[in-house]
Design a protein around this ligand. Structure first.
Ligand code: A3P
Length: 320
């Protein structure tokens, strides 16, 4: 008597590394009288894997993804990590799991750089963080994907987000920050995406459900500016690569007011981030700021409990 057992490959429609599962969703049968599994398909799997040399230079799905948060320093983090000899990433944000999912995993793979087996492919798309379907989709690609999240004082993040929207002409010309985040009666406009994105705990719990805390690394956007090397050490450890990004590669540029990258190949050349990163924010009144700080405060406290980590985000801190 045989019972059909659904293999993990059938449940996971997309698997990155087990090529056989991608192409041959299969079932294994069990002989109930002997309680032995019938491994008909296994030799095929071994054959397929062994035909690929390990040092082959091919496009691979990412092992690490910076999933957000928008305007918290995601570009700087990725550009710093690309200084590591083993880390490779595409330039633009792929937006695969939110906007391009219908194109399929082969498309996603095709936009990745070619790498060898021991190298790390990564990408960043901050929109993933707030997209409800994305945790499950990444999990289906590979439950072992490592996720990095940069968070920043949510009030400053909101100001940064609004400043960007203004600069891209995405808001009406008479729209102010206050009117975007507060309702006419002075309460917080919780329908504004600029406000919602900063309720980090609301999204993080969804990610934790799929990936657990061991596969998620949370980085302080503030520390990424004040002490990028320390942040990068923790990220390299999390990814599992040697710490190779050091003070020769990143330095603080006083004129720019931000860290910049030193390009060693060309003497005395450096790369600072463009005008869209580290810009002056729109001005707003202190009442609006205070309302926002009050609004976020309980969510921040909840976040700190959930992630077991605290950040100093409060109005007094900013006014110093
Ligand atoms: P501001 O422009 O509001 O200061 P993202 O890349 O996710 O859009 O984040 C943009 C933010 O990255 C910037 O927000 C800036 O504070 C931060 N950042 C971190 N390191 C930076 C650096 N070295 N140069 C410029 N901006 C940096």
């Amino acid at each position: 008597m045989f019972t059909e057992i659904t293999s993990p490959c059938r449940r996971q429609r997309f698997l990155s590394r087990r090529e056989l599962c991608l192409t041959e969703p299969t079932t294994t049968s069990m002989d109930r009288t002997t309680n032995k599994l019938n491994f008909n398909h296994i030799p095929l799997l071994v054959e397929n894997l062994s035909s690929k040399p390990l040092d082959e230079h091919i496009r691979r799905l990412p092992k690490v993804i910076i999933i957000g948060v928008k305007k918290c320093g995601t570009r700087a983090l990725l550009e710093y990590l690309k200084l590591h000899p083993l880390i490779k990433a595409p330039g633009p944000e792929p937006h695969f799991f939110d906007r391009n999912y219908h194109r399929g995993l082969d498309w996603y793979r095709s936009i990745m750089p070619s790498t060898k087996e021991h190298e790390i492919t990564m990408e960043k798309t901050p929109r993933y963080f707030v997209s409800p379907d994305v945790p499950e989709r990444i999990y289906n690609m590979s439950p072992n994907t490592k996720l990095v999240i940069v968070v920043r004082d949510p009030v400053i993040r909101a100001l940064s987000d609004f400043t960007q929207a203004v600069s891209k002409n995405e808001v009406e010309s008479n729209m102010t920050f206050r009117r975007r985040v507060l309702r006419r009666d002075g309460d917080i406009n919780i329908h504004s995406s600029i406000v919602q994105t900063g309720i980090y705990v609301r999204y993080i719990t969804n990610w934790l459900e799929y990936f657990g805390s061991s596969n998620i690394h949370i980085v302080s956007g503030e520390e990424l500016v004040t002490n990028p090397l320390a942040v990068l050490e923790t990220v390299q450890d999390f990814i599992g690569v040697e710490r190779e990004i050091d003070g020769n590669l990143i330095y603080f540029n006083k004129t720019r007011g931000f860290p910049c990258i030193r390009i060693l190949k060309r003497k005395r050349t450096s790369k600072c981030f463009g005008k869209t990163k580290g810009r002056n924010h729109v001005q707003t009144d202190s009442t609006t700021l205070k309302r926002l700080y009050d609004f976020y405060s309980p969510y921040n406290q909840y976040l700190f409990k959930v992630i077991n980590k605290t950040f100093k985000w409060n109005l007094i801190q900013r006014e110093k």
